[in-house]
Every structure is written in C-alpha cells, then in structure tokens.
Design a protein around this ligand. Structure first.
Ligand code: NAP
Ligand code: GDD
Length: 352
C-alpha cells in the first residue's frame, strides 16, 4: 500500500516533534519544515532524524510560513496527503511585543498555506489541520468552552489565531477543502518551551534548589489553565484529520488549576516547604520553611514581578471536549499531577 505523506509546518516545536513520532510510527513519510536559524535547533527531533544522505521517512526542508513562494513550492513539490499547520509565534505574552510579526505568522501564514492548497489541489484530496487554540475564547463568560462558545480573544496571539480559525472554516465552506480546526487547550511536556509557565517554574525551582538561581520571578498567579499532555493532544490532531468529514473540535482535559497551584505542586514535589506572603504593593512571594539543597530557611524562593504581568490576561480556561470523545473516541488520560511529575523527573535528570 502507498505510504501516506504528511507535511508538518512547525516540526521543530513541542507538538511537531510528538506528531512526527506518531506519524512515523503509523508508517507515514513525514516532511518537516524547519526555519533557517543562525544556530541549528532541531534538538526535539534529533532522535528521529537520520542523516540527509540516508534513506529515511523523515525529511526536513527549509521553510517559513511568512514566505508564500516557499509555502507554495513545498506543497507543489511534496504533494502531501495531510498538511499540519503547527507553525506559530506561540507565546501569548510575547505577542503583545511582536503583534505584527505574530499576525504575519499566525494569521497570514495560515492563509498562505490555504491559498496554496486551493490553487494546487484541484481534486480536493489534501487534508489540512489548523492548530487553533483556547486563547480564541479569551474571557468569554460561559464555561466550560465547547465548539459553540463565543470567541472573545484578548491578545494579539488570540486574535491572530481567530483569523486562522475562521479562514480554515471559510476555505472549507467556500472551496470544499478538507480543512479542520483543533481548538486545543494548554498542553505541556518535557519538550515544552522554557518560557512557558510549566517549564519555567520547574527549571527555575530546580535551579534555586541547586543554588544556580536565587529566586523564581513570575507574573500572574491567579489565572487558571486546563493543562494536558502534548503527547495525547497530538494524537487528537491526527484523529481530527482521519474523521470522515472536516470539522472543528475542542481538545481539553476538562479540569483546570491556577498558576499558584502549579507552583505549589512543583515546590511539593521538590520537597521545598514554603509559605506565601504579600509585600506592600500586594505582590506575593514565597519563603522557604526548611533548609534543603542550597536553599536556606526564610529565603525568598518565588516572587511576583510586575514585568511578567501581561497587558491583558485570559483569567480562566477550561474546556469541554465531549464532542471529541463522542466522535473521535479521544480522551485525555494523563492528569495534571502525572504531567508535572514527568516534567520534573525529566528536568531533574538533565539539570542535576
Ligand atoms: P512551539 O513549541 O512554539 O512550536 C512552534 C513551531 O512553529 C516551531 O517549530 C517554530 O519554529 C515554528 N515557527 C514559528 N514561526 C514560524 C514561521 N514563521 N514559519 C515556520 N515555522 C515557524 O509551539 P507548540 O506548543 O508546539 O504548539 C504548536 C501549535 O499549536 C502552535 O501553532 C501553537 O500556537 C498551537 N497551540 C499550542 C498550544 C499549547 O498549549 N502548546 C495550545 C493551543 C494551540 P522554531 O523552532 O524555529 O521556533
Ligand atoms: N509564560 C509565563 N511566564 N506565564 C506566566 C508567568 C511567567 O513568568 N507568570 C505567570 N504566568 C501566567 C500567564 O500570565 C498565563 O496566565 C499562564 O501563566 C500560562 O502562561 P503560558 O504558559 O505562557 O501559556 P498561555 O496560556 O499564555 O498560552 C499557551 O496556551 C495557549 C492555549 O491556551 C501557549 O501554548 C499558546 O500557544 C496556546 O495557544
């Protein structure tokens, strides 16, 4: 039987690496798009990538979704069965500083891929997956969020992603392209970028324990997120494209926790006893109650800092993925504590 060909934009990212593993295990030929960077950063996929001169089912090509001729040529040359658009400036906080670039990548980048498919795939055989996000719900009041909830994004990232969500639907309706949105809630893993809260907290507190860093500085501790495991969430991405019709699905665990819960859990797992206090500006900080590692009793180990607060914030995300459960038979199995434990174990191994 002819092997299926997948084209993955964003293969060097957290999800791209897990998705590539999943597709290779399913016997796909996987083309991954990597950006030109001054230092090569393919660490997340090095374990599955063979030398370019060896025969391999994983092939890397240079590309960038801000370059239409590149996107067009890749789709023209590769003729994939499935296209996964995971490419994005994916940091919400950074999107306030790089608003235009975020739009170029997260909005117009998607349009470029959709246009290339519309022009090139006359027989409408290609399937397109768009990495949509719970950020498009913003602070919309009715929770938990499902496929029918109102969209009220509150960041340049969320707004850019909402454009892509609608374009994906528009191209499906107007041109009969098999184009689907996965509206994924936060998902983490040992491969998570180091400036997202889960990984920043874990790495930061391990460094505090080792005496390599005095204190962990964070922003908003009150916001809540529905955190799942990336490995399970990429499985949902694949399932969305295997469904007989194109459609949009919320992918979430259905449980949420605050950032403070996350920090407390990491401290507990590292055996650091602590107590929270407030300073005169109402900013919170945690002090150690025991001597452990290089930490001394009464040392400030976590501190809120104004510069890590965002100009606007999504306060409380929680998803309802009953549609995915019913139609795709997808369900999250790894809970918050298991996820954080796996991430801590992995970072302890590499940092200690
Ligand atoms: P990530 O780790 O930040 O990976 C993003 C990927 O996109 C990287 O491979 C990155 O390349 C690539 N990229 C960035 N700008 C690009 C451009 N202009 N052209 C081509 N590639 C570009 O993000 P992730 O966590 O894997 O998330 C994957 C996708 O799902 C993203 O679209 C994200 O917005 C979305 N999403 C993520 C979550 C989550 O909680 N993780 C939830 C909902 C939706 P470099 O390695 O060169 O930077
Ligand atoms: N990154 C970060 N750094 N976040 C902090 C910090 C800090 O120092 N301090 C507090 N936070 C809070 C943020 O304000 C936010 O409320 C929460 O921690 C989670 O932040 P992130 O881990 O950066 O994730 P996010 O929820 O903003 O965005 C992630 O999930 C989206 C899906 O809901 C990203 O993966 C997006 O790409 C994704 O679409």
């Amino acid at each position: 039987m002819k092997k299926k060909i997948a084209l993955v934009f964003g293969i060097t990212g957290q999800d791209g690496s897990y998705l590539a593993e999943l597709l290779l295990n399913k016997n796909y030929i996987v083309y991954g798009v990597k950006r030109r960077t001054s230092l090569i950063h393919t660490t997340r996929i090095d374990h599955i990538y063979k030398d370019v001169h060896l025969k391999s089912n994983l092939i890397l090509r240079y590309g960038d979704v801000t370059d239409f001729s590149n996107v067009f040529n890749l789709i023209y040359q590769i003729k994939p069965d499935e296209v996964y658009n995971l490419a994005a400036q994916s940091n919400v906080g950074v999107s306030f500083e790089l608003a235009e670039y975020t739009a170029q990548t997260d909005s117009i980048g998607t349009l470029r891929i959709l246009e290339a498919i519309r022009i090139l795939d006359k027989k409408r055989k290609m399937k397109f997956y768009q990495a949509s996000t719970s950020e498009i719900f913003g602070n919309s009041p009715e929770k938990p969020y499902n496929e029918k909830s109102k969209f009220e994004p509150v960041s340049p990232y969320g707004t850019a992603k909402l454009y892509s969500y609608w374009m994906t639907r528009n191209y499906r309706d107007a041109y009969s392209i098999f184009a689907s949105n996965g509206i994924l809630f936060n998902h983490e893993s040992p491969r998570r970028g180091e400036n997202f809260i889960s990984r920043k907290t874990i790495i930061g507190l391990i460094k505090v324990l080792k005496g390599e860093q005095k204190c962990l500085h964070l922003g908003n501790l009150k916001s809540k997120r529905d955190w799942g495991h990336a490995k399970e969430f990429v499985n949902a991405q694949w399932k969305i494209l295997q469904h007989k019709i194109p459609d949009d699905f919320v992918i979430a665990t259905g449980k949420n926790h605050s950032v403070k819960d996350l920090v407390n859990l990491v401290l507990k797992k590292l055996n650091i006893k602590h107590k929270w206090k407030k300073d005169k500006n109402n900013l919170e900080y945690a002090i150690a109650l025991n001597n452990i590692g290089q930490i001394k009793k009464s040392q400030i180990i976590v501190k809120q800092e104004k510069r890590y607060f965002r100009p606007n914030e999504v306060h409380n995300l929680i998803g309802d993925s009953r549609k995915a459960k019913k139609i795709l038979k997808w369900k999250s199995m790894i809970n918050f504590e298991q996820l954080i434990s796996e991430m801590i174990d992995s970072d302890l191994k590499s940092i200690m």
